[in-house]
Design a binder for this molecule. Sequence first.
Ligand SMILES: [Zn+2]
Length: 160
Amino acid sequence: MSDESLVARPMIERVEPPAARSYRHRECGALTKVGGDRFRELANPFCLMQSIDCKACQFTSIPLRLIEWADTGEDLASYRKRLRAAAPVGRRWFFFCLGPLVGALLGMLSTALISFLMFGRSNLLGPVLLGGFLWALLGGRMLTERLMRSVWGLDYRGER
Ligand SMILES: [Zn+2]
């Protein structure tokens, strides 16, 4: 057996994900280019996101089903649903709950500390529940993508 089979083995190509992508607001037809964190969040189907803005018509909360990727023409709601559906059920739920749960924990902890240390409250249940709820929403939006990327190295920007 020669070493040729080893040499001839195709190199695993590591393609860098694109830095930006354009989407089209179906109603007005205008394109908006998205990059940076916003692109990461939009491309990641587990990041809690319902709407986005259109630069041209100044609409700030357009539902994702009315927005399409400029290159594929797929609307963003379907794109995200498709990618979520492609993940195994366990992983889907894990990543879906990850951001909100971590957010809720941080929220409960911080509101408990603030209520107790700054306001001297002894009944912490109300503030803790409220803090947990608000931070769960925040976590779904702000933490999911960052955690998936930093802990698991997951980047959805290259998905089509
Ligand atoms: Zn528009």
